[in-house]
Design a protein around this ligand. Structure first.
Ligand code: DSN
Length: 499
């Protein structure tokens, strides 16, 4: 407590808000146990304060959300779901989880919510197995006149297992913007399902509904999965529902990226998947601005199967994270969050327009959501070179494949940028134009070096020193104006870490 005592003495006369006090006290506890860990926490804050966060899947959650995550709630086991636990003493966690569930249902207008998944990948596993159990296991059990798996003979169980493991799923191809967990061969989902993929149109870069219809009729999948981590256009979920119904497929949507836009009313009508999909998964930390975690929302008919994620694939939930989810969902119901969601989209659209004005190649020429995807191949760069050059200048973003990418998923030909974090900081149109200008200048002044064989390197590059110095200055000016977590006093860091 020495550091905290010093700190409090040094701030005499200054009003300290509760968030600062909590943060200070927590960090002090960490420092007492392991100062090196405390330093790393502060170092991360320093990094995120001094570099522009343009990663489309990241954000900054409130200090209230953060404080809810770091406490004694982590000490409780609560396998099961509210009212149905495998341990005693869960009444309080029941209340807490129910609060998060009710907030989520209210926020999204969902029939049912399951707030335990630790990540989006977990949420997808929960959803996949809920679908398989309801659609395949249940009818087979009914045919056998059985309700308990443990009463099946080995032969009966083998037959069910094989049928469950042999179902088709149609998801978006990774290169078109789909996600690893949607059937990619290096992911367990490709072993669970016989996976098929749809692509965006080569001409428009957008989903082609007629091509999709054709594929659906050919494949007739059990699961029709819509969701992406690198696609910038709205999806017509009413149309997707129609397509799914034509072939009797379950419509599953992974809205991890745009959940905050749905919550904040920036994606409404047919762009909101909740009324149309059977089952929707999401993370809670991207545009939704909550703690790192996942969630499943579904129609009532899937509720029972989703809730029984334990014992099926999950162990104990994280009560401290569910507490933080309850706070984040409540925050997302506020009028401020509505404005925030609208601003995210406006910022992304202004960022895209400013990049296009500077002759940067943007996929589909713009965006409907929170992200923008740049194709850097026309500049002779790989995504990796562009990502590294921009990070040298204080811009944190990630390289990404573009549809039909010839550079593969390691080097890639694209960059994915997003506005959730900069919008949280309060940036608007002027800052988006400034960011676009810095980015364009860095990209145009970065050139690949030659390999020993005289070919263009995919990894190494040369960035003009003058442009670099100027860009660093300009990014710093932005960051100085829009301070991350202004509640946390910079002087306090000095006690743990010299910047
Ligand atoms: N890693 C996330 C993203 O960046 O989109 C998806 O899992």
């Amino acid at each position: 407590m020495e550091i905290l005592k010093d700190y409090l003495a040094s701030t005499q006369g200054k009003a300290l808000n509760a968030e600062m006090l909590t943060f200070t006290a927590n960090l002090d506890q960490v420092a007492k146990k392991n100062p090196e860990v405390a330093k790393r926490i502060v170092k991360e804050l320093v990094d995120q304060r001094s570099n522009l966060k343009l990663i489309a899947s990241e954000n900054f959650c409130s200090l209230g959300v953060q404080s809810a995550m770091g406490n004694l709630l982590t000490d409780k086991y609560a396998e099961g779901f509210p009212g149905n636990r495998f341990y005693a003493g869960c009444e309080n966690v029941d209340d807490l989880e129910s609060m998060a569930i009710n907030e989520a249902k209210e926020l999204f207008g969902a029939e049912h919510a399951f707030v335990q998944p630790h990540s989006g990948a977990d949420a997808n596993l929960v959803a996949f197995w809920a679908i398989l159990r309801k659609k395949i296991q249940l009818p087979m059990m009914e045919k056998l006149n059985q309700t308990n798996l443990l009463n099946l003979s080995k032969a009966e169980w083998d037959e069910i297992r094989q049928k469950m493991g042999n179902q088709k799923m149609l998801g978006m191809d990774l290169f078109s913007g789909g996600h690893l967990t949607h059937g990619y061969r290096h992911n367990a989902s490709a072993q669970m399902f016989d996976s098929y993929f749809y692509n965006v149109s080569k001409e428009t870069g957008r989903l082609d509904y007629e091509a999709l219809r054709k594929q659906l009729h050919e494949i007739k999948p059990l699961v029709f999965l819509i969701g992406f981590s690198a696609y910038t256009r709205n999806v017509d979920f009413a149309e997707m529902r129609k397509l799914a119904d034509e072939v009797g497929a379950v419509l599953m949507v992974d809205m991890a990226h745009f959940a905050g836009l749905v919550a904040g009313g920036a994606m409404t009508g047919n762009a909101n998947p909740i009324p149309f999909a059977d089952i929707v998964t999401t993370t809670t930390h991207k545009t939704l601005r909550g703690p790192r975690g996942g969630m499943v929302l579904c129609k009532q008919e899937y509720a029972e199967y989703v809730d029984k994620a334990c014992p099926h694939i999950m162990g104990g939930p994280l009560p401290h994270i569910m507490a933080a989810k309850a706070i984040a969902f409540e925050e997302a119901r506020s009028p401020e969050f509505k404005t925030y969601a609208k601003n995210i989209v406006e910022n992304a659209s202004n960022l895209a327009a400013a990049l296009v004005e500077r002759d940067i190649n943007i996929l589909t020429g713009g965006t409907d959501n929170h992200m923008v995807i740049i194709n850097v191949s026309g500049l002779n760069l790989t995504g990796r070179q562009a990502e590294n050059a921009l990070r040298e200048c204080g811009m944190t973003l990630n390289r990404n494949t573009v549809p039909f990418d010839t550079n593969g998923p390691w080097y890639t030909s694209g960059l994915r940028i997003g506005t959730p974090a900069t919008t949280t900081l309060g940036m608007g149109k002027a800052e988006m134009v400034e960011i676009a200008d810095i980015m364009a200048s860095v990209l145009k002044n970065t050139t690949p070096t030659k390999t020993k064989k005289g070919e263009l390197s995919k990894a190494n590059y040369k960035l003009d020193e003058g442009v670099k110095a100027d860009s660093i200055k300009r990014v710093k000016a932005l960051m100085d104006k829009f301070v991350l977590y202004p509640e946390i006093d910079a002087d306090f860091f000095a006690k743990y870490f010299t910047v």
